[in-house]
Each structure stands twice: as C-alpha cells, then as structure tokens.
Design a protein. Structure first.
Length: 264
C-alpha cells in the first residue's frame, strides 16, 4: 500500500518520521511518502489530497492528512481537543483519512462516494496524528469500517474558494484555484494580475511554453483531475518563463487572493 502523508509539520520535521513509523508499525507492507504543506494551510492540504488521490497511482492507496488549525472552536481547549477525524472514499477507490478542517475536503467533496466521520477521540494528545489517529486509519485501510460514524453533510464542507493561490512549486510557478474552463480568452490576450500589493502584466497562453522568455504567462497548468461525472478539471497557473513568478509578486502566501482583469 502507498500512503501519501500530507501534513503541516514543516519541511524536514521529524514529526513526519514519527507518524510514518506508527503507520508502518500498523501496516508493515506500506510505503509512506511525506508531503509538507505550510502551517495551518488547509487549502494546500485539500489541493494535494485531490491531486494525489484522484490521479493515476497504485490501486492500494491511502491519503492520510493532518492539518488541524483547531479553529472550529475559539474557546480554550480541553485535553488538546481539535477537529474530528473523517473518512472519504474517492470514485477510484482511494481512501482519504484525516482531519476535517477548513478546506481539507473541499476539492474532493464532489468526487467522493463516501464521506463519514470516524468515531475516535477528538483529544487525548497534542500529537493526535501520531498517537490517536493511526490505529483507526490502519483498521479502515484493512477493511474494518466499524469505527465509521455519521455521513458528513456536503453543505457543511466549504466550496473551493475562487481566485486564490493554492500552491507554489519549486520553480516559483503559482498554482491557482481558477478553473481553466472558466477562462474564456483568446491566446496572447494581455491580462493584468494583482496579488497583494504587486501588479504585473501577463499574457494568456493555452500552452506552457508558448510565450517568450521573460514573459509572465497565465495558462492552464499541470494540475487537475477527472471528477466523478467525467468532467476534467484543470487549474490555471502563473509562470514566468525563465524566471520565478512567485518572487515577481513578492512571495505571497498560499490562499492570497488573485485579482485579474483584461488589459483594455
């Protein structure tokens, strides 16, 4: 079994190894691959749950995620209680187990065939993803669904917020929550992009390298998947040919709003 471990522990944080050890103790044949998202970024977490879970991979897969800002209740916490654990089964059979917080389930809610709570403690440890959740995840991964609780109400899961930064890759390309099908422009149309306090001209392109060196392109990117109804989802990206789009915009954080308009 391949386990994609998505969490906001921090790049290189030993917490990843601690959780991987616990999961592999319970699932000895599993291979665990960690992915670090920025602290408290449920948007990035949700984006990668869908990108990894809904695309081609081994038939035996589990996406195990933990990004729990504990923002569901502003009051003081008792026994380190936080957001509850959930289970989803995607249209391709991939299991998704993790905390329901913010946008973690937003990208998959229309592609999941099952979405239910998991009856485990919401507290008991500051490090629930190591101490509390793995046993439940392992049981479900092995076909024991006795811990499953009530179905999740789809209306309780927020929609994906539009016109936001979802991720920044290692080249500085900015992956957005703008669906490619929502952009109806002719190739080479000039677009004005504002992110935070930085404004830049860009050119709409229908292909990643159909722009000149040094040009900021606004184009369908490499991220996306096929929804349960057969609809292909592809997300727009901002990339600077021969440069770094993220740096051009002053290194904005994930979830930053993107304002766009056509030039003229």
């Amino acid at each position: 079994m391949l386990i994609s471990l998505i969490a906001d522990y921090g790049a290189g944080d030993p917490a990843f190894l601690e959780v991987a050890q616990r999961l592999q103790h319970l699932l000895p044949q599993a291979q665990v691959y960690p992915l670090s998202v920025p602290a408290f970024s449920t948007l990035a977490t949700g984006f990668w749950i869908a990108q990894l879970g809904l695309n081609i991979g081994p038939s035996q897969r589990l996406v195990y995620h933990n990004c729990a800002p504990r923002q569901d209740n502003p009051e003081a916490r008792r026994d380190n209680e936080g957001e509850g654990l959930t289970y989803a089964q995607l249209q391709n059979g991939v299991a998704v187990i993790g905390v329901n917080a913010g946008y973690t389930l937003s990208f998959i809610k229309s592609s999941a065939t099952v979405m239910r709570s998991v009856a485990v403690s919401r507290g008991g440890s500051q490090f629930r993803s190591r101490d509390v959740f793995p046993a439940a995840a392992a049981a479900i991964a092995q076909g024991d669904f006795s811990l499953l609780g009530d179905p999740l109400l789809l209306e309780s899961i927020p929609d994906v917020p539009g016109d936001r930064i979802a991720w920044v890759d290692g080249y500085g390309n900015i992956k957005t929550t703008i669906p490619a099908h929502s952009v109806n422009l002719e190739p080479e149309t000039k677009v004005v992009i504002r992110i935070g306090g930085v404004v830049s001209d860009a050119v709409y392109s229908d292909g990643s390298f159909r722009v000149a060196e040094g040009t900021l392109a606004f184009a369908p990117g490499s991220s996306g998947w096929v929804e349960a109804d057969g609809t292909t989802v592809r997300w727009m990206e901002l990339f600077l040919r021969g440069g770094n789009a993220w740096e051009r915009f002053g290194k904005p954080p994930i979830n930053q709003v993107i304002i766009r308009s056509t030039d003229g």
